[in-house]
Design a protein around this ligand. Structure first.
Ligand SMILES: [Zn+2]
Ligand SMILES: [Zn+2]
Length: 427
């Protein structure tokens, strides 16, 4: 049987997985996408956020409901996101969307192809009584394969300086299998995977649902004042318009985020969020912004006061196509001396944060590479050894004006196409 090859695209038109989800309060049906962290029930109005210990786990629907005990679930690891590669040929990137088998079973398709996008998935739960085949292939090996799918590997003899996965969503998708006397069958299509003599050779011993996989639904209340928090379904940071605090959705629950904004003018129509990550890079002797300008060999001289200014990396707190993401990071980082954030009140014009701070940190080496146009020969070979020190982060909203097709940030010159902003949310 033929399975379609995985898709790898450089456009923002990736499809989301759709997940059928019962409301934890009233049981009403809600449809979520894989990047959604908030569940709003249209039946009872309850709002909850999803908290899990690791990647979310879903299962493909079966053709017909079987006797539960005979169902074996085979894990696939799904990766969707941007891979950046720094090699002697420069900085390259690609948006990759791939689903690879993580178990070794005779006849198991190596990829699920487009099936997850075409079907409505369900979240796995303890109730089904199915047994789960363990993951036998390491996540790292699957990510390396994803890079190969995106052709983000170096040629033989070439040098790989750095590879980063930024803003990706990782999840497990289980393919139901039916183990019968006649062999192993694909539970979705009903077609045989392997004849009995081959099936017998591979281990088909599953284990029960693990407690650590359980996703919890928690109320979206401000931990400081108890008011209801606000956020889009795919946001990573929720805001409280009552006590003017921001809260990041982390594994442990809600964590307070230190936030600021750069005041706009009467022409401001939108504020785009950025992670300002303060960090020293001892390996490259970068402590101040002046050090950064010198080490990356910028075509301008550092001003005297830049030596006093601690180095910050400015990373968009939103998912964007790689080219725009790099451009915006580079421009904001180089223009940081023009940005003077202050504290204030949450405003209607604040755009939702869709890229968590932990992901933004992964961009530091990429920004170094992207900023080092003339200094590439010095910076690139140093990247494997680059470590950050004294890292602290802040969320900063930057004012933007409406220029027709683009949002433009006046202090930095960053221009983000309105369609790019919308499409970025599907990455
Ligand atoms: Zn409900
Ligand atoms: Zn509050």
């Amino acid at each position: 049987m033929l399975y379609p090859v995985d898709v790898y695209v450089d456009r923002g038109d990736l499809m989301h997985l759709r997940i059928e989800q019962g409301c934890p309060q009233c049981g009403g049906p809600v449809e979520l996408t894989e990047t959604d962290r908030l569940l709003t029930c249209s039946f009872c109005g309850t709002r909850n956020y999803l908290q899990g210990n690791g990647p979310f786990r879903y299962v493909l629907p079966m053709a017909k409901p079987p006797e539960a005990a005979s169902v074996l679930l085979a894990p696939y690891l799904r990766f969707k996101g941007t891979i950046y590669l720094v090699s002697e040929r420069g900085l390259s990137h690609r948006v990759v969307d791939t689903t690879q088998a993580a178990a070794q079973v005779a006849g198991l398709p190596p990829s699920l192809g487009v099936r997850p996008q075409a079907m409505r998935l369900r979240r796995i739960d303890a109730g089904s009584g199915a047994s789960y085949l363990p993951r036998q292939i390491k996540a790292g090996a699957i990510l390396a394969k994803a890079a190969a799918v995106g052709r983000l590997t170096v040629r033989t003899g070439g040098q790989l300086f750095h590879r980063a996965y930024i803003g990706e969503s990782l999840s497990y998708i289980y393919l139901p299998l039916l183990h019968k006397r006649q062999g192993v069958f694909d539970g979705v299509t009903g077609l045989p995977l392997a004849p009995p003599e081959q099936a017998g050779k591979t281990s088909l011993r599953g284990r029960p649902f693990q407690e650590a996989w359980q996703v919890r639904f928690l109320p979206t209340l401000c931990p400081q004042c108890g008011a209801g928090l606000h956020g889009s379904t795919d946001c990573q940071v929720m805001v409280c318009t009552h006590c003017h605090t921001t809260w990041s959705l982390v594994r442990e629950g809600l964590a307070a985020v230190d936030w600021r904004f750069v005041p706009g003018t009467g022409a401001t129509r939108l504020y785009l969020p950025f992670w300002r990550i303060r960090a020293r890079i001892p390996t490259l002797a970068i402590s101040s912004f002046a050090d950064f300008v010198e080490r990356t060999n910028q075509p301008f001289l550092p001003r005297p006061q830049w030596g006093e200014r601690g180095m910050s990396f400015w990373v968009p707190a939103i998912k964007l196509r790689p080219k725009v993401f790099l451009q915006a990071s580079r421009q904001a980082t180089l223009a940081q001396w023009r940005l003077n954030p202050v504290s204030g009140r949450i405003q209607q014009l604040f755009y939702p944060v869709t890229l968590p701070e932990t992901e933004a940190r992964q961009a530091i080496k990429i920004i170094l590479a992207a900023a080092a146009t003339a200094g590439a020969r010095l910076i690139f070979p140093a990247l494997p050894e680059v470590r950050t020190a004294d890292v602290s982060s802040q969320l900063v909203y930057l004012p933007c004006v409406d220029k027709g097709h683009d949002w433009v940030q006046p202090e930095t010159g960053i221009a983000v196409g309105k369609n790019v902003l919308r499409l970025g949310r599907s990455i």
